[in-house]
Write a protein that binds this ligand. Sequence first.
Ligand code: 28F
Length: 638
Amino acid sequence: MSTEYGADQIQILEGLEAVRKRPGMYIGSTSSRGLHHLVYEIVDNAVDEALAGFCSNIYVTVNQDNSVTVIDDGRGIPVGINHKSGLTGVEVVFTILHAGGKFGGGGYKVSGGLHGVGASVVNALSTWLEVEICSEGKIYRQRYEKGNTVIPLEVIGDCEEGKTGTKVRFLPDSTIFEETVFDFDVLKQRLRETAFLTKNLRIVLRDERVEPEVEKVFHYAGGIKEFVTYLNKSKEPLYQEIIYCEGQRDGVYVEVAMQHNDSFNDTTFSFVNNIITPEGGTHLAGFRNALTKTFNQYAKVNKILKDTDTGLTGDDIREGLTAIISVKIEEPQFEGQTKQKLGNSEARGAVDNIVSEQLTYFLEQNPTVAKIICEKSLLAQRAREAARKARDLTRRKTALENTSLPGKLADCSDKDPKNCEIYIVEGDSAGGSAKTARSRATQAILPLRGKILNVEKARLDKIYGNAEIKAMITAFGTGIHEDFDITKLRYHKIIIMTDADVDGAHISTLLLTFIYRFMPELIKQGYIYLAQPPLYKIEKNKKIWYAYSDEELNKILVEIGRDNNNKIQRYKGLGEMDAEQLWETTMDPEKRILRRVMMDEEASSEIDVTFTTLMGDKVEPRREFIEANAKYVQNLDV
Ligand code: 28F
């Protein structure tokens, strides 16, 4: 190989330098999320090899030094020189942005990858990266540092007869990423999803940083059918079958799986080339159209609906539905502000067509299932009518209705939402203390009585009729569902304040479930917080300390000395604090600790599982909640 820098090499260096200068442009961010994307980029290349039909196992290992190794048993990245570029296949993959062959031609039909940027971005953002290829009985290796070749491609040994594959190991550059420690649970969730979406692919995830090592194997022969079963695992399915449609049309490969459960939510997730599309797009629109059309047709033909009846709406049919829509397409076009919405028009027609045809056939073959779904939809239709009436009462359409703020709300005087906060407080007594303690100008208090309605288990009419829920909806000002309007939000901090015990945690979950189902945008945009009341009060020689955790208590005790003059009080509830203490420990913006509730849309299928597992009928493991909840919460000292 030539050691002189030709025009091509200079271009490569400039390309990778650009990635290091503005990493956010290529991987979204340099936070923990961007860090994890590095793994997905490498894994996605291996998944592409699986989709092409040449790879059936992928091994992902987080090593002790926090580097990551990904191995596949595909054909191995080509080691020969590509005549057009004068580079080896390996160099094309690891040094050229938008590595060739991924989109269109090159034997690759489809591709994952955040923006299809691939392995070269990972290479540019790694302190070092090593790639090993097994091909034609030899092991080849190349090493890069910050994207630059430090050891050119060389043969380092022999490999087993007939064995082929690719191994990549890289260490993310700590001068680029704010976070360099991989979260095993985050990787686990994403790789499980990837395995569901790629039938028969086996993904083995290992964590070597812990003793004993942890290993997870994801391998689903049923693909997205098993994904639906997984999502419904803590719900009651209405029938045993998973309805499944599959086909190809206009260059779009379509797969749909679905099953209804006895809940009232629509849990549909759509994917394009294995990447979740939180805002849906043409594929989802095609699915919804097919579903509404096909069920109405079936219900009419089979006299479940009379000709004079108003038809079933999409919402009616999707009540209690769990569905996965997965399309694979050569050149996906993403639209919308966050580029998360599929735009290709051919995907709409393809999904609509394939689902309409195969669903019609399924319903004819399975009249019992068809009847169950139609009846559930009819019930939903009636409930929706009742709900509409109840809901109109909770809607605030005009400015005049501002006067109808809930009676229990102690509103703040400042009217600029940016300055305003609302405390949702468990119990009337704590609510009273909070009202006394608050800073009237900017802090509003809404006390809630007793347990909050579990929205996972109630139909819309009951939900709209619930006083506590109505009070929150009116106080927040945004409306819900299709009426939701973030510009009407009356407070830029919505703070949930409950007792620091198991019941308090349960109430927080109920409130978060309600917000997640009815106004998820409030979570996505970071307006929801959890207050953190202290667990202990320590008194010594008339001086007072508060501890918010057991560790903190120990720290304080070490500082002030453990002796008999210490008076330690364990707070069981907010009610044990007087107004002054509540202000000082939990409400004073200068001193309090707030935890912001976060939500990663990429992980939305897993968040759904968390909420339904916690709030559904089958299990209510309170302790588990506290652990699971911790994952969606970030500590903030505000
Ligand atoms: C651990 C990560 O990256 N696996 C990959 C292949 C296989 C081929 C390929 C990849 C070469 C130059 C585009 C092999 N034989 N795992 C991976 N396995 N890339 S990445 O080719 C990419 C072309 O430009 C491959 C025949 N065709 C393709």
